[in-house]
Design a protein around this ligand. Structure first.
Ligand code: 13P
Length: 253
């Protein structure tokens, strides 16, 4: 059975004491993770070691990075590599978030390199895709997302692709309070799975977790996650509120 995942993306938020308080608050909530479920916290890099310490010993709970560089080491001032993250205990790295594509010019080709770097050290890429509003309004979201997936993931082997988590995040729903309806989410998630099946076969496509991101909150998580091809969420704003995120974890199927 493929994994159901609630992933928090804190983005560039919180001071260290706020981060510590939020982790304490989350630990104090009632939340339950079944064997096929995971909670992942993509915190700012500077808080990763703190979060790993705080969450140590919690089953199916992981700390992720929000990005990494494509090279392992060298003269790349300010960057952090996938092997560096692995060395402090990170097992998941978010790649290609729309904010990185938009504000830092990350291309599909660059993201293909980063994906290779993450897989090379045995970590899991949480690979983001998703269309802007203009593409959705033109009805071209399927081909837009398909191109992102083909350009960055289709060079991977069958064994590698089963280690990738895909996060579909329509840009028009990120931080806007607008969510895709559960039908819209299901439709494009099913399409993403069909794209993966066309390249890797149905049984491999069925093993890939596909998360939905874009204004997921406690109030809508259950309905969105109930869709057959939605395997959880990548959550921004609501992940900064302990009770919201705990409810989102509990909405996993
Ligand atoms: P919001 O949940 O704040 O819309 O953010 C979604 C997101 O970008 C998660 O990566």
């Amino acid at each position: 059975m493929r994994k159901q995942i609630a992933a928090a993306n804190w983005k560039m938020n919180l001071s260290v004491s706020e981060a510590e308080t939020l982790l304490d608050q989350i630990l104090a909530t009632e939340h339950h993770l079944a064997a096929n479920q995971e909670a992942i916290f993509a915190v700012p890099s500077i808080y990763i070691s703190l979060a790993i310490q705080k969450l140590a010993g919690k089953n199916n709970v992981y700390v992720a990075a929000q990005n990494c560089y494509s090279k392992s080491n060298g003269a790349f001032t300010g960057e952090i590599s996938a092997p560096m993250y692995a060395s402090v205990g990170v097992k998941h790295i978010v790649l290609g978030h729309s904010e990185r594509r938009e504000y830092f010019g990350e291309s599909d080709a660059f993201l293909a390199e980063k994906t290779d770097a993450v897989l090379a050290i045995g970590s899991t890429p949480i690979f983001c895709c998703g269309e802007p509003l203009s593409i959705r309004e033109a009805g071209s979201q399927n081909s837009f997302v398909e191109t992102q997936l083909k350009n960055s993931l289709f060079h991977l082997s069958e064994e590698q692709i089963t280690k990738v988590v895909i996060a579909y995040e329509p840009i028009w729903a990120i931080g806007t309070g607008k969510t895709a309806t559960s039908e819209q989410a299901q439709e494009i998630h099913a399409y993403i799975r069909s794209v993966m099946a066309s390249k890797y076969g149905q049984s491999i496509a069925d093993q890939i977790s596909i998360l939905y991101g874009g204004s997921v909150k406690a109030a809508n998580a259950k309905e969105i996650f109930s869709q057959p091809d939605v395997d959880g969420g990548l959550v921004g704003g609501a992940s900064l509120i302990a009770t919201e995120f705990a409810a989102i974890i509990n909405a996993l199927k």
